[in-house]
Design a protein. Structure first.
Length: 211
């Protein structure tokens, strides 16, 4: 069974939902890989960029390191979690029965298909990692339930819930799931199936050709 790539949003940091999601993911009976958001560490990069005036390229590199930092914080929250920096480390961690928490700075450094700008966030990097792992599905955990008002990746990108690069980063045949705090009360633990609402790639009108 291929692993589910799960992005744990940095927006959950400091909320009770973070602990609940960690407990739910740690109970999973299927393989998964956690991708951390940037959380408060990425927020500081944005604040500092305004003060210090560094480029978007520099900010991108710092935001990736922010994901590393949040990932380290997440990994110590459960004994099943272990940090992993490469495909080999991810595979070894899964083989040992643990859950990898991906620290992206090593794998993404210099990757030609990852734009060095704020246009790409941990949402798209989750899809990028799924492609590297040949995974079939990505789950984005958000600290909002606004996604329930939309049906496609295109729509949630237009609403600012995910970044604009996500649809292009999703591989052919890859399924996107998205979940917010309301989903937690509906979960059956231990987690035996991929949670979250499945989103279409395109909007209804684009998918059907209707006007």
């Amino acid at each position: 069974m291929k692993a589910l790539v799960v992005k744990l949003g940095g927006s959950t940091a400091g909320h009770v939902e973070m602990r609940r999601w960690i407990d739910a993911l740690a109970s999973a009976t299927f393989p998964l890989v956690i991708v951390p958001g940037g959380g408060p560490f990425a927020d500081q990069v944005r604040v500092s960029q305004k003060r210090l005036g560094y480029s978007d390229e520099a900010a991108h590199a710092m935001a990736i390191l922010a994901m590393d930092q949040f990932g380290i914080a997440v990994a110590e929250r459960h004994e099943r979690f272990q940090t992993a920096r490469s495909i080999v480390e991810i595979a070894d961690t899964l083989e040992a029965g643990f859950i990898p928490v991906w620290l992206p700075s090593v794998m993404t450094a210099g990757a030609p298909d990852i734009p060095m700008s704020w246009d790409i966030t941990s949402d798209s990097l989750s899809a990028w990692l799924a492609g590297q792992l040949q995974a079939d599905a990505v789950l984005l955990i958000k600290q909002t339930d606004e996604h329930q008002y939309y049906s496609s990746v295109e729509d949630i990108a237009a609403a600012g819930i995910v970044d604009s690069m996500l649809r292009d980063m999703l591989g052919d045949g890859m399924t996107l799931h998205i979940a917010g705090p309301a989903m937690l009360d509906a979960l059956d633990l231990p987690l035996a199936d991929f949670p979250g609402r499945v989103m279409m790639r395109n909007s209804y009108f684009e998918a059907t050709g209707e006007q």
